[in-house]
Design a protein around this ligand. Structure first.
Ligand code: NDP
Ligand code: 8X3
Length: 253
């Protein structure tokens, strides 16, 4: 039977690159995201290679998530990889300057949305059993603090711990769980974070060599296609040209 990958946030960045990468491996695809026209474009690009099912989905809406899963055609119910990738950072300003609504949006998407999708797909993954994978996209921001990360980084710490905790509960099911935690990668991520400020987004990547969407897609497919007895718990990946800064110290003038 053909393996099926269910990908959230397939309209851009890591999710779209992962769809293309899974297609090269012959996996059937369930592609979701809010921008339906982008899903249609991707489906028409890939549909000659593999079966593709698309569904407009805002992961924050738990009823909509369940409806999309319930409506999956039989050929797409054998989910062997759930890629929980939909997510975003907003408001890179220091915490006191951030609108509460932006914090809520990050929590609703990166935490509640990821939990919504996981809960809805779990029965299908357990039915698939050995070799099935939940691949959660965390971030280095879930491990390491930096200014302006506030709630974004905290949502990714949730992803890390939720992934580890799920491992415990899924031990006897054969279902694997991995937290892939990338560092800075050039996608639409920073454009979203800067609310469409193209100059500010470009400045983040200028003069360096960030990760690419394809770099992370390679890791996603690698994890999903490992022999069933191997579980990578967490993969933290950074560009060679990104590292940490010294601790900040507040000093009297
Ligand atoms: P992009 O902005 O390129 O892609 C984000 C994807 O998430 C889009 O497909 C978007 O689709 C989707 N999305 C956002 N909100 C929702 C929502 N409410 N419901 C459904 N889909 C949603 O960024 P990346 O590809 O870089 O980001 C993917 C993941 O990787 C995110 O979780 C991000 O936090 C994480 N990450 C990114 C890093 C980076 O430096 N790029 C580094 C570490 C982690 P649409 O708008 O069509 O709904
Ligand atoms: C995003 C990666 O380095 O901007 O999750 O925190 S970074």
């Amino acid at each position: 039977m053909t393996n099926v990958a269910f990908i959230t946030g397939a309209t851009s960045g890591f999710g779209r690159a992962a769809a293309r990468r899974f297609a090269r491996e012959g996996w059937a695809l369930v592609l979701t995201g809010r921008r339906f026209e982008r899903l249609e474009e991707l489906a028409s690009e890939l549909k000659d290679q593999v079966p593709v099912h698309i569904a407009a989905l805002d992961v924050r809406d738990s009823a909509a998530v369940q409806a999309v899963v319930d409506a999956l055609p039989p050929a797409f119910r054998g989910v062997a990889a759930l890629v929980n990738n939909a997510g975003l950072a907003l408001a890179p300003e220091p915490a006191p300057q951030v609108a509460l609504a932006d914090w809520h949006t990050m929590i609703d998407t990166n935490v509640t949305g990821l939990v919504n999708v996981t809960h809805a797909i779990l029965p299908l993954l357990i039915e698939t059993g050995a070799g099935a994978s939940i691949i959660n996209i965390g971030s280095v921001a879930g491990e390491w603090p930096y200014p302006g990360s506030h709630v974004y980084g905290a949502t990714k710490t949730f992803v890390k711990q939720f992934s580890l905790n799920l491992r415990c509960d899924l031990l006897k099911t054969g279902v694997r769980v991995t937290d892939i935690a990338p560092g800075a990668a050039e996608t639409e991520f920073t454009l979203v974070r800067t609310r469409g400020n193209e100059a500010a987004a470009a400045a983040v990547y200028r003069g360096t060599t960030p990760l690419t969407a394809e770099d992370i897609a390679d890791q996603i497919v690698y994890v999903a296609t490992l022999p069933p007895h191997i579980n990578i718990n967490r993969l933290e990946i950074m560009a060679q040209r990104q590292a940490w800064s010294p601790f900040a110290v507040d000093r009297d003038a």
